[in-house]
Design a protein around this ligand. Structure first.
Ligand code: HEM
Length: 276
């Protein structure tokens, strides 16, 4: 397990005035401040460094035992290994603090969570529409899309008199990372795609939706509703992902599975916004 120091973070902010300006406290800034977490980085094709996400690097991604039926089985195994055992029954990591169900939340935090989530889903939906790799076309209009629903929820919350916050660094960083990785690494992007959409239908729906509803005037949000039979939709998407990965080399598959920590870290940071 490793973490990257504040010193390095400052160095990168210094080298990247755009990001430094995201964290500045100037009155005209467009983003909420950087959350108090440790930081990891990625280097874009353009050569510039971008900061993302928090605290821990877990070590090599564990592989599913023989018998996994396709890439999605393996992705699920990798991701469940990185859940904590209080989050999910198949989780393998020790808890890092109180479980989400015990968190005290704020309406302001939940609004931030919804705004940042919208940035992430907007990015995913733009990416598959643009289709830098032809495989992304398979992932259009699956029934899992969340952007329009989040727009409706935010509009409803605005009508109730809530002020809709600016995006935070968590959502901006994740969306930017997705745009970048999607153009240069199909297997890595597929890992994010799976984790974000499937995670939303699992822990998102079972655990986090309840905390959000509590803080958002008791409303059951559109974000947690799907048209039609969700199990069937998920099965269709599993089949599409497995088919995309059918001809992958071992190296490509490894690249996909080894990406698993990143959606979890980014996602946890965004979920963390709901805390009081
Ligand atoms: C921090 C709070 C989180 C909680 C409480 C949570 C909880 C859960 C639970 C209860 C499950 C179902 C386990 C099962 O079926 O046995 C699950 C599955 C899953 N979670 Fe999370 N999770 C959290 C965060 C995340 C994040 C940040 C991501 C990724 C962005 C994620 C991705 C997934 C995925 C991909 C699955 C498996 C879905 C499937 O293929 O069925 N989770 N999680």
């Amino acid at each position: 397990m490793a973490s990257i120091s504040f010193f390095l973070q400052s160095q990168v902010l210094f080298k990247n005035p755009h990001l430094a300006s995201l964290t500045s406290s100037s009155p005209g800034r467009h983003f909420s401040p950087l959350p108090p977490t440790n930081t990891l980085f990625f280097q874009k094709k353009s050569g510039s460094l971008v900061i993302f996400s928090s605290a821990h690097v877990e070590g090599p991604t564990k592989r599913a035992p023989d018998g996994a039926k396709g890439l999605v089985d393996e992705l699920r195994f990798a991701t469940m290994n990185l859940h904590t055992w209080d989050q999910a029954k198949h989780g393998k990591m020790p808890p890092r603090g109180p479980p989400v169900a015990e968190w005290e939340t704020s309406t302001e935090g939940c609004l931030k969570f919804l705004v940042d989530s919208k940035l992430v889903y907007d990015a995913l939906e733009r990416i598959v529409e643009k289709a830098a790799f032809p495989e992304y076309m398979e992932l259009r209009n699956t029934g899992l899309e969340r952007s329009e629903r989040l727009a409706k929820d935010l509009e409803w919350l605005k009508q109730q008199g809530h002020e809709i916050p600016k995006p935070t660094f968590c959502g901006v960083g994740f969306a930017e990372y997705l745009e970048d990785i999607s153009e240069r690494d199909l297997p890595a992007f597929i890992c994010h795609y799976y984790n974000i959409y499937f995670g939303q239908t699992a822990g998102g729906r079972m655990v986090i939706s309840k905390k959000i509803a509590e803080a958002c005037d008791g409303k059951e949000l559109e974000f947690y509703k799907w048209d039609g039979n969700l199990s069937q939709i998920l099965q269709n998407v599993r089949d599409k992902i497995n088919k995309i990965a059918e001809g992958w080399s071992k190296e490509e598959k490894d690249r996909c599975l080894n990406e698993t920590e990143k959606p979890l870290k980014f996602g946890r940071d965004i979920i963390g916004l709901i805390k009081l």
